[in-house]
Design a protein. Structure first.
Length: 247
């Protein structure tokens, strides 16, 4: 992936890692369009960061995805990159039948939302010589955190879906990149003050360095997530699962 002269659409980019990456790309001279559900946040971002454009987008709603696709591609026909960052993470008690609502919402946003966005944008990007699709899984796709079972499952599904997408797009110019974050100090699961989570700016800096130094990268794995990503292939999965779930 080139680091400059892109036109990038970031879904779920109003906060956290999505906003952080959007601002980093913006600072490098890329044209950035942020999609999100909350108009007040979109308006604030556009006011505070001149040159960033915003689009209302709710990935849970197929009509909203369709409308966002039409708006973005009409205004920016040069669009060449999409980052599917929208996601939610909630704890679940699997012995409580009420957890089903959380599970369904998590699947709808994290998995179906990603699939809906890529269903519309992937064919468009396939016509771009410098097309890029960036998906977002998690270290928990490889080692589950027991209190967030459906979140883990959706991220494992995103990992597998991304692999299939990369194979199917092998005959096109599109590069498919999977971001695999560790726990990061964002508001996701109220981790902003978690000393065991990676500082946001550290994650953003290491990720941008990887993208710059490895333009053909397929998985962006910062050093801290290797403990999870490599657990199974290093034959220490059971121990790692136990360690992750010991708190």
């Amino acid at each position: 992936m080139k680091t400059t002269n892109n036109t990038i659409f970031v879904t779920g980019g109003t906060s956290g890692l999505g906003l952080g990456l959007a601002l980093r790309w913006h600072d490098l001279g890329n044209k950035v369009i942020i999609g999100g559900r909350r108009k007040e946040l979109l308006d604030r971002i556009a006011t505070e960061h001149a040159g960033i454009d915003t689009v209302l987008l709710d990935v849970d709603d197929p009509e909203s995805v369709e409308a966002a696709f039409d708006e973005v591609t009409a205004k920016y026909p040069e669009l060449n990159a999409v980052l599917t960052m929208a996601g939610i993470m909630q704890p679940e008690n699997l012995l409580d039948p009420g957890h089903l609502a959380t599970a369904e919402a998590t699947i709808t946003t994290n998995l179906l939302g990603t699939i809906r966005v890529l269903t519309r944008f992937a064919p468009y990007l396939a016509g771009r010589q410098d097309g890029v699709i960036l998906t977002v899984s998690s270290g928990l796709a490889f080692v589950p955190l027991a209190i967030t079972p459906t979140y883990n499952a959706t991220k494992a599904a995103i990992h597998s879906y991304t692999q299939s997408l990369r194979i199917q797009l092998a005959g096109t110019p599109v590069q498919v990149i999977e971001l695999i974050p560790p726990a990061v100090q964002t508001t996701l699961m109220n981790q902003q003050d978690n000393d065991n989570a990676m500082p946001v700016e550290d994650y953003l800096s290491e990720t941008m360095s990887i993208l710059a130094e490895q333009p053909d990268v397929t998985e962006v794995t910062v050093q801290r997530v290797g403990f999870l990503r490599d657990a199974e292939r290093e034959n220490r999965l059971a121990q790692t699962v136990a360690a992750v779930n010991s708190h």
